[in-house]
Write a protein that binds this ligand. Structure first.
Ligand SMILES: [Zn+2]
Length: 411
């Protein structure tokens, strides 16, 4: 059994212990077992510590059969066996984990007290952490109320204590969650009159150490609500990042941060008006282009007009607008393509007016796109698709036109 210094002395950054075992592992890794350790092995949602033992970097820490195993990259000097070694924990990483984990207990307790919402899952991530709550939904007001309760607990700097108890004694405590039945002895983490939970993680000794607790956002997850949050150093970095973002946006919009929302609204409105104006201009432009193309179009012997045309520097919306205007002309089949600005994509649209039916546009488009290595499809009267090879689009449309004409005249 390894003596768990991380429970007795959660703030121990370095320690001395005897190296009792070197276990061979995979990929040149070795497991070092000491008679005591301040390295926390992963568990209870909290990732393991890293650091070094002597000069060997500790990559991960696991617990198996009562032994705490420190994974290092081999080889390790065998003369160290049964000697005293020094371990140094990566303290910024461990302290961050303590802030997030203790913060999670405080936040979960605040949800429990304010909304009777049980925490059914916890994940401590590298950027932020999440709890899953058994609750139907969460409003902004309720989330802010919970944040206030959690942060008042931080500001009042209450002790966070731990003790080992027999689960049979569980009824003596106002636990947030009932204990797992199989536990022989359980570690109770508690903040008097606020939080009582079984937990195997490392914790701050006072709530003040956790620092600010901030909910960032939440989303529905099946029958739960997943709340994303940050504590302490992460909350500070998050605030700094949001401040920088607000400053950048206010610079771009030439507005103070306080008036940013109004400036964004104004910008969006201007954008909407310009988009509408652009659409009206394009509609007028394509009406003219369509009239010209319809007048110049080739006619089949059965009296159907066929227009093939490639629009350059055009979007799929441009192609659809031109097709719509062309289809105002009776007895018309349109075989259109729009090639984008960078010549990297083409959007094809084949369509026919009801009185020009006879060739299935969907199937015809699929044949053309298969020559161009693209994909698409549609109905008998209208089909769309795209490809990335734009060099042969004009030739492919000309070929499609010849084949459509032959097919119609062959009837
Ligand atoms: Zn915990």
């Amino acid at each position: 059994m390894t003596k768990k210094l991380f429970y007795e002395l959660p703030h121990a950054r370095s320690f001395s212990a005897t190296l009792t075992e070197i276990i061979p592992g995979e990929g040149g890794c070795l497991g070092l077992v000491l008679d005591a350790t301040a390295f926390y092995p992963e568990g209870g949602g909290q990732p393991s510590d890293t650091g070094r033992i002597q000069d060997y970097p500790v990559l991960a820490v696991k617990e198996a059969g009562g032994k705490v195993i420190h994974i290092v990259q081999g080889p390790v000097d065998a003369a160290l066996l049964n000697q005293t070694v020094t371990g140094v924990v990566d303290w910024p990483r461990r302290f961050d984990h303590m802030q997030q984990h203790s913060g999670q207990h405080i936040l979960s307790a605040a949800f429990h007290h304010a909304l009777q919402a049980a925490t059914i899952g916890f994940h401590l991530g590298t950027e932020s952490s999440q709890i899953d709550l058994k609750i139907d939904g969460l409003t902004e007001d309720a989330a802010e109320q919970v944040e206030r309760i959690a942060n008042e607990m931080v500001f009042s700097n209450q002790p966070i204590a731990a003790k080992w108890i027999d689960p049979a004694q569980a009824a003596e405590y106002p636990l947030r969650k009932p204990p797992a039945k199989e536990m022989a002895i359980a570690r109770l983490i508690y903040i008097p009159d606020f939080e009582y939970s079984f937990c195997c993680g490392t914790h701050a000794t006072h709530t003040g150490e956790v620092g600010l607790i901030k909910i960032r956002h939440w989303e529905r997850r099946r029958d739960a609500v997943r709340v994303d949050f940050v504590c302490g150093g992460r909350a500070l970095r998050d605030y700094q990042g949001k401040n920088r973002l607000a400053a950048r946006l206010s610079g771009k919009l030439s507005s103070s941060v306080d008036l940013l929302e109004a400036a964004v609204d104004q910008s969006l409105l201007k954008c909407e008006l310009l988009t509408r104006e652009l659409l009206r201009t394009k509609q007028a432009l394509y009406k003219g282009v369509a009239a010209q193309l319809a007048a110049q179009a080739a006619w089949t012997e059965v009296g159907v007009r066929i227009v093939d045309h490639v629009l350059l520097g055009a979007s799929p919306q441009d192609v659809a607008l031109l097709a719509k205007e062309l289809l105002q002309h009776p007895k018309t089949i349109v075989l259109l393509a729009g090639v984008n600005e960078g010549n990297t994509k083409a959007h094809l649209m084949f369509a026919a007016t009801g009185d020009a039916a006879g060739v299935h546009m969907g199937r015809r488009l699929q044949q053309t796109l298969s020559q161009l290595g693209g994909k698409g499809g549609g109905s008998a009267l209208s089909a769309q698709g795209g490809c990335t090879d734009t060099s042969k689009v004009a030739a492919a449309l000309a070929q499609a036109k010849a084949e459509v004409m032959a097919e119609l005249d062959g009837r």
